[in-house]
Design a protein around this ligand. Structure first.
Ligand SMILES: Cc1cc2nc3c(=O)[nH]c(=O)nc-3n(C[C@H](O)[C@H](O)[C@H](O)COP(=O)(O)OP(=O)(O)OC[C@H]3O[C@@H](n4cnc5c(N)ncnc54)[C@H](O)[C@@H]3O)c2cc1C
Length: 470
């Protein structure tokens, strides 16, 4: 027995398994479903190439770059069209470009003049010593004023978390933002002064990071990881129980209706929090992961539509638009998929990907597909001047889409830290713990592999790692 069990074959589990296999450590990756990748799933249909889940990976860490390079995917990598880096926010039914420079900010029609003055005062607002968790909305209102919250942060948070700024914790959902206030007394000053530290950590600022995909979509990354891991991947294998033994763990799983068991030195938990909550832990003292099901996961529907280019009045010169709550529309936002990467739509056509539901309107996400096609078309007619009928339509639902790091999230973090201390060789990793973006999950997988190797090297569990991760 000298191997690592990874529970969950999303991008976190795959990245962790790959890093471990690079160090020639035997791994079994248990995946409950028929396929790996979680929401990462590219669909090729009628000449359109659309993403079921994430559209891009934001390359904020060298660990993401090295995964792509180590998999030999550099030649297939696509960086988003830099001319399409503009983001739009809807205000009064019209798209306004989100200003990314002081000059653009000064001339932007997104904010009123009093709002611009209030935003400009941010460096003068005194920092609040934090003893308690604060919501993102309170934090932004306090530092930047109401209009910045309503017309930048609210739509942005909808685009990233499908969440609500009133519920999300600034400390846990946007730790870097809070750290800027704590360290520099101001978010704006910190963003300027913190550049040197980011460079030291070899991190890239989110606004400057490349948005990456591949010639045949993000599926290429998942397929390549699966091909490299080959027989280490156990599909249709749902882990139900973990038993602690003197020298490791017994993993009980059901495959094709039958219960089976394997023994491993360590276990990495990379399934979503609400699924982990169902796994029993058998140890000297009773243990239970059911607290994790309290992490909220709102539903999100995704509507993909193709149109003839001439049937869309807007030039679609950007990444897409986001909708503030104050606009009272049905959709959360739309990505201009065929503007970002080439060959996403047949010649003379465009592809638009729209998200509906989230914490703002969870009841909309679960409406029948036909209703969502109608709602989407109506909003796209208003915002983009869509005239004709779609030439392509696709609908998907994520009933438990994205974990919310809400105010009070500390209790979950404390719970996981305590469980890792209590159970030697048990690790938590993935979107519910280390950040929700695909890039965060790759880094989480990389780092948990490093922690596992370190543990195996120091605990005499029968393994010598051949190469220690940097
Ligand atoms: C609609 C949508 C759009 C998104 N868009 C973007 C985007 O544009 N950019 C971005 O960076 N991020 C985006 N994200 C977020 C990102 O895709 C996810 O956070 C990330 O893929 C989660 O990866 P994970 O490995 O943590 O979990 P998952 O991908 O959820 O993988 C967990 C796996 O565990 C398996 N599993 C569950 N229970 C068990 C069990 N008991 N035993 C074995 N296996 C089990 C599941 O079947 C699943 O395959 C989006 C997410 C969604 C839903």
């Amino acid at each position: 027995m000298n191997s690592v069990a990874i529970v969950g074959g999303g991008i976190t589990g795959l990245a962790a398994a790959f890093r471990l296999s690079q160090s020639r450590i035997p791994v079994t990756l248990y995946e409950a479903g028929e396929r790996v990748g979680g929401p990462i799933h590219t669909i090729s249909e009628n000449g359109y190439l659309s993403e079921h889940g994430p559209n891009t990976i934001l390359e904020t860490s060298p660990k993401i770059t090295s995964l792509i390079n180590d998999l030999g995917l550099q030649p297939r990598r696509l960086d988003s069209n830099p001319a399409m880096d503009k983001n739009f926010i809807v205000r009064n039914g019209k798209m306004r470009q989100l200003p990314m420079s002081p000059l653009r900010f000064a001339t932007s029609s997104l904010f009123s003049i009093p709002a611009k003055l209030r935003i400009g005062l941010e460096p003068l607002i005194r920092a609040k010593p934090q003893t308690e968790d604060e919501s993102l909305a309170d934090f932004v209102r306090r530092r930047f004023g109401r209009e910045f919250l309503d017309f930048t942060i609210d739509p942005f948070v909808t685009g990233v978390y499908a969440g609500k700024p009133e519920d999300l914790s600034v400390r846990y959902a946007f730790p870097k933002l809070k750290a800027l206030e704590d360290k520099y007394g101001s978010v704006m000053l910190g963003a300027i002064l913190g550049a040197r530290e980011r460079k030291k950590r070899a991190e890239t600022k989110k606004a400057r990071a490349k948005k990456v995909s591949f010639d045949n979509g993000l599926q290429v990354l998942v397929d390549t990881l699966q091909a490299k891991l080959l027989e280490s991947v156990a599909l249709r294998s749902r882990v139900t129980r973990l038993g602690q033994t003197a020298d490791g763990w017994t993993v009980t799983f059901t495959r094709d209706g039958r219960e089976e068991q394997n023994r491993h030195s360590t276990v990495v938990l990379a399934a979503p929090a609400y699924q982990l909550a169902r796994i029993e832990i058998e140890a000297d003292e009773p243990a239970d992961l059911s607290l994790l099901k309290e992490i909220p996961h709102p539903p999100v529907a995704r509507v993909v539509m193709g149109f003839r280019r001439e049937d869309v009045a807007d030039p679609l010169e950007g990444f897409g638009f986001l909708v503030p709550k104050a606009e009272n529309l049905n959709i959360l936002g739309t990505t201009f998929s065929s503007s970002i990467f080439p060959r996403r739509a047949p010649f003379g056509h465009v592809l638009l990907t729209t998200f509906i539901g989230g914490c703002r309107q969870p009841e909309l996400a679960t409406q029948p597909a036909e209703k969502l096609f109608d709602l989407t078309l109506r909003d796209l007619q208003r915002i983009l001047g869509v005239r004709g009928e779609p030439t392509y339509r696709h609908h998907g639902l994520f009933p438990w889409a994205i974990p919310q790091y809400n105010v009070g999230h500390k209790k979950f973090v404390d719970f996981m830290n305590a469980a890792e201390t209590r159970f030697a060789g048990l690790y938590f990793a993935g979107s519910y713990r280390d950040g929700i973006s695909t890039g965060n999950c790759i880094v989480s997988g990389h780092d948990v592999a490093g922690r596992t190797i370190q543990f195996l090297e120091t605990s005499n569990r029968g393994l010598s790692a051949h190469a220690v991760l940097s």
